[in-house]
Every structure is written in structure tokens, then in C-alpha cells.
Design a protein around this ligand. Structure first.
Ligand code: PLP
Length: 390
């Protein structure tokens, strides 16, 4: 084989691949491993979406190449959803694109903006795609710490002037993976002003906007006046409709940025299966969608409260998150993220994700995902209590 491209060596091994390997080793020893690791909903896709898919797959027109930008009907449904949910309007022709999951779009928007040596402002810790694709594109991720003292919001004033001037992208993701933090409107205002001042595209990853608790309603970056001049927002059906396997999401916002992303996409993929888009339209428009999400959030809330109580009983400092389905838990004194995650796996057969894997400032935490039944969660907590001295 020829030598691989240099860019391959710039990215660290994909986080979940490492954890999966360790997990398989423990399973091979006969342990019934319980995973609090990966954020992949265990709950089913709504039946009205599955029914729509059955109908959609029968249509021969859908068996041909999809529209590159997504079907007009899907883009319209996405824009209608944004209008209804957030009160902001977008032109489905120029300000919206269908995506093969947000991960695809997030990766590709980096290729639309980052040349060798360009800077992207990437939260630390964060969903790995922002950093890895910046590296693959030859850019420089400038890591912006998310710390408990700042409620896991980046301190934009701490970014050096010369870095801000060179930066082309700022990534934000609230409700946040992995910390479970949520953004205030004041912070979004500050972020939009910052991006205006330095001519930066603000990339808001709003994957968890619907998964919120205790009466909290997540904002959109477009709640800030004028945000459309500097921002795009990614919204995925993966988490709110338990559709991670379906690979369907969209982006709305600044027409120039949407156009740039469209150029990369047209030359890379040929769009998502139109039948999947049609099923997604059902998710975005069915009157049963709101009650589906409300019921799902009630389930996550029960799990959250069970986990927080259980972790506190063990002696861990768990704070109930207002959004996402992740608990961001400080590890006990004397441990690193990795040593504590390894201890839980080896002694209790419980998988958690070491925070350090999301960036250096994730060190000192583990992420607990609530994507499992209450009985299993309960068992995981009992096992940790029994086998692990905190
Ligand atoms: C799960 C998740 C997404 C959604 O990704 P898809 O590719 O749409 O499945 C996006 N951003 C973050 C931070 C996530 O955790």
C-alpha cells in the first residue's frame, strides 16, 4: 500500500473506537457490561415516522438520485419547523440544506471555510468532529476552554486578539455534549457580537434543543437579532426522534454559508435517500410529535434523577443537567478521567466515557449517557456502589 496522506496522522484515534475495544475485552471475559458510554437513544423511532417510511419507500421516484440540497418538501418542512418552534423564518431555497446527519454537515462546513493554516475556535471539551475535521483540512483548532467556573460557556474575551482576527469559524453546541450545560441568551448575544466584530462564521450545533428539563426551553442562535448575518444552525432528527440510524438532519441560516457548504456537498455526496427525507417530514410536521418528545423527555428526566441520586449516594458530585441526556461528573480525588473510567469498567462492568477524550479540559470528568432502561441504570449504580470505593 502507498503511504497514507499526512492528514490521517493529524487526528487522534476516534474516541468511541478505543472505548469499544476495551469494552469488548471485558465482555470477552464473560462480564455483562452495562454501557453509560455512547449517546445513542435506546428508545424507538416514533411509529408515525416508520409508517411514513413504509409509504415513502414504495414510490419509484424516490429510488433515483435525490436532490443535492434535499427535497424541497423536506427543506420547507425544516423551515416551517424552525418558524413554529423558534419563531424564525428561513427561505427553503437559499437558507436551508438537508444533511446526511449533522455530523456530515459539520464536517463539510469546515472544508468550505478552512484552508491550511486557518483557525477554527473549538470548545474544549467538545464533540470531536469540530476539531478533527479542522485538522484534516490542514487548519489549526484554537481550543476554547469550557470550565465549571464559566458554567461551561467559552470565555470569548480571553481569546487573544490576533487569534480572533485570524479565526474563520466558532463552534457552539448548547445544550452541550458532553457537559449537559445550556446557553443563556446573553451569551449568544455576546457570541454573535464577537463573530460580527471579527468576521467569523458562528456554527451553532443545536442537536439537543428539544431535550430539556425542569421547564427549561433551549434557545436558537437566531434568537439574537442579526444572527443570520454571521451564523448557521445545525438541527438533527437523531436525538429528538430517536433516529440516529436514519442519518437525517438539516442546517439553516446565512445563505452565503449554506451555499458554500452546498458546493462541498454537491461534489462529495448525492444527498440523502428521498424516502428518508419524506419520513423525516412526518417527524417535523405530525401533530403527535410534540407529545412524543414530551413523553421521551419525561423518561430521560426519571433516568436523570435516578442517576443523580444514585451517584450522590456513592459519593460522586453529580449535578442534574437542564439539557441533553448527559451527566458530566467530576471524578473522585486521586483519579484521572481515564483511570476512573477504567476502574468502573474493570470492577463494575460499567462503561462511562472519560472526559479527557473530549479535550484536555474534559480531564477530571466522566460523561454518563442516559440511553438505557431504568432497571439497567439502577443495576449499574448498584454495581458501582458495591465494587468501587470512591
Ligand atoms: C448526537 C450529536 C449530533 C447529531 O449527529 P447526527 O450526525 O445528526 O446523528 C450533533 N452534534 C452533537 C454535539 C451530538 O452529540
Amino acid at each position: 500500500m502507498p503511504k497514507r496522506a499526512e492528514r490521517i496522522a493529524t487526528v487522534p484515534p476516534y474516541l468511541f473506537a478505543e472505548i469499544d475495544k476495551k469494552k469488548r475485552e471485558v465482555i470477552a471475559r464473560g462480564v455483562d457490561v452495562i454501557s453509560l458510554g455512547i449517546g445513542d437513544p435506546d428508545l424507538p423511532t416514533p411509529q408515525f415516522v416508520i409508517d411514513a417510511m413504509h409509504r415513502a419507500i414504495e414510490k419509484p421516484a424516490h429510488h433515483q438520485y435525490p436532490d443535492y440540497d434535499g427535497s424541497f418538501a423536506f427543506r420547507q418542512a425544516a423551515c416551517d419547523f424552525y418558524q413554529r418552534r423558534f419563531g424564525h423564518s428561513f427561505d427553503p431555497k437559499t437558507e436551508a440544506l438537508a444533511l446526511i446527519g449533522s455530523k456530515e454537515g459539520l464536517a463539510h462546513i469546515i472544508w468550505a471555510y478552512i484552508d491550511a493554516g486557518d483557525i477554527a475556535l473549538v470548545p474544549d471539551p467538545a464533540y470531536p468532529v469540530y476539531k478533527t475535521h479542522t485538522l484534516l483540512a490542514g487548519g489549526t483548532p484554537y481550543m476554547v476552554p469550557l470550565t465549571a467556573e464559566n458554567s461551561f460557556l467559552p470565555d470569548l474575551k480571553a481569546i487573544p486578539e490576533d487569534v480572533a482576527r485570524k479565526a474563520k469559524l466558532l463552534f457552539l453546541n448548547y445544550p452541550n455534549n458532553p457537559t449537559g450545560a445550556v446557553a443563556t441568551l446573553e451569551f449568544y448575544q455576546e457570541a454573535v457580537a464577537f463573530c460580527r466584530k471579527y468576521d467569523i462564521l458562528l456554527v451553532s450545533d443545536n442537536a439537543y434543543s428539544e431535550m430539556t428539563y425542569d421547564g427549561y426551553v433551549a434557545p436558537s442562535i437566531f434568537d439574537v437579532d442579526g444572527a443570520k448575518e454571521v451564523a448557521v444552525e445545525f438541527w438533527s432528527l437523531s436525538k429528538p426522534f430517536n433516529m440516529t440510524g436514519w442519518r437525517i438532519a438539516f442546517v439553516v441560516g446565512n445563505a452565503d454559508a449554506i451555499g458554500a457548504l452546498g458546493i462541498i456537498k454537491t461534489n462529495t455526496d448525492s444527498g440523502q435517500f428521498t424516502a428518508v427525507q419524506e419520513a423525516a417530514i412526518a417527524a417535523l410536521t405530525d401533530p403527535a410529535a410534540d407529545s412524543f418528545i414530551a413523553e421521551m423527555n419525561a423518561t430521560y428526566l426519571r433516568r436523570r434523577d435516578l442517576a443523580v441520586a444514585g451517584l450522590r449516594a456513592i459519593g460522586l458530585k453529580a449535578e442534574p443537567m437542564k439539557g441533553s441526556f448527559y451527566l458530566w461528573v467530576p471524578v473522585p480525588a486521586g483519579h484521572t478521567s481515564a483511570s476512573f473510567a477504567t476502574l468502573l469498567l474493570e470492577e463494575a462492568g460499567v462503561v462511562v466515557t472519560p472526559g479527557g477524550a473530549y479535550g484536555p479540559h474534559g480531564e477530571g470528568y466522566v460523561r454518563i449517557a442516559l440511553c438505557l432502561k431504568e432497571e439497567r441504570l439502577q443495576e449499574a449504580l448498584e454495581r458501582i456502589k458495591q465494587h468501587v470505593k470512591v
